[in-house]
Design a protein around this ligand. Sequence first.
Ligand code: SF4
Ligand code: SF4
Length: 196
Amino acid sequence: MSNTIQAKEINGIKIDPLIFTFKFSCQCNGECCYYGVYVDSKEHQDILNIKDKIIPIMDDSQITDIDKWFEAPVEDKDFASGIAVGTELHNNKCVFLDKAGLCTLQKLALNEHEHKWKYKPLYCMLFPLTIFEGSLTIDDGHIDRLKVCNKNPVQAISIYEACQEELLQLFGPDGFAELEEYRKQYLNNENSREVA
Ligand code: SF4
Ligand code: SF4
């Protein structure tokens, strides 16, 4: 009997099974935001549309000139519209990161008693996971270049376990249940290989 397992795709996104075994511990205050993020062009427009709510809650470490918030658009097939726009850096951090280490987009949502990710770009919500070339996988390139992120994991849990809320948000309840089923199959298969 073969010990191979079928590749899995949920909601059009392929699943890299490494997420089920890679150990991760989130333990700092937003170092991942020091480099900015790529957002979909629709998210870019959505953020500009609420600039009048964002600007008043920025602090003096941030820049309120909206022309300094984003880089030029680039083509990228991993974004729904096919166009990605990078956030600029100011004071060596994403323009939306305040001096307390809070994302202003998340702060705005919380101030409005909305879901904390209402205004947050998808890739910010997902990190340390990412979608690369159509696959949900680990953003190990970004993790590696950060000084603190996951350098001394205090908990021996997988990135899948560490990011349950994010995965539920990404796939919805049905997709998340499918992902959990795939995880069980994958780990059972790995265990049976080890004892074979
Ligand atoms: S994902 Fe990494 S860099 Fe971001 S807050 Fe968690 S430990 Fe820090
Ligand atoms: S938009 Fe917010 S969460 Fe995303 S990188 Fe900037 S500060 Fe961090």
